[in-house]
Ligand binder design. Sequence first.
Ligand code: HEC
Length: 219
Amino acid sequence: MAKKNVSVWTSIPFWRRSAAWVTGFAVVLLIWLSFDTLGQISMGTDEDLKSGVTKRVPGPTVINYNIDYKFSKKRGSEVPIIGDKEPFFGKEWSVEDAAALLHLGKLTSQAKNCMNCHTLLGNGAYYAPDLTKAWLDPTWEAMGYFGQKTKEEGIAHFLQHPAENAIHTRRMPNLAITPEEAKGLVAFLKHMSSIDTNGFPRNFSKTVEQFKQGGTNAR
Ligand code: HEC
């Protein structure tokens, strides 16, 4: 009997084998990508900051440094620039104290459910402004830090008395935040602003420019 000339495209074993190979390749790729991501999102250390190693998520002691936000032509988005040291609430924070303060801020943000109204790194609700780069918002300076001496004290003051210090038309309710919790939250916000988010939220710098040119609000 003559062998039938069957096209490979109609052969069932061919498709079975292809499916197995494609699935296998995708599994390997996903495992590799997961490990790659872990490296990208793991927090840096104090040594990284001291030696100028750029980590996507800097260590907690980044609160001891000035943070700027500049457009990078190469990246096509804004990138946080960690500059010179500056006091935070009047002092330089040790590795342990900075980590503890940041932890308190994170716990407070969860306990008071900031995400119920705000987005943090894009996650949360859309009632109030995204807080990812809130530390860099020029509104604080424009509001004269609400009569406080420094930006951190100004934001802490706002967080404890948001209704009396309205910036936008929508008011943030008073969440009974203690002075210590407010400090932690400001550290949390400052740290978050130092995270390289590939330019998220988009056009933050543009709105800042418009604001500086005489707009009434950055967002
Ligand atoms: C019930 C909703 C609600 C909750 C919960 C809430 N906020 Fe707000 N927040 C607002 C609104 C509305 C505004 C805008 C009000 C204003 O600017 O006067 C605001 C403004 C802010 C701003 C100013 C943002 C900027 O750049 O102009 C910061 C910072 C802030 N909130 C932080 C927090 C933190 C931290 C928490 C959690 C502890 C929190 N908020 C919880 C509603 C909320």
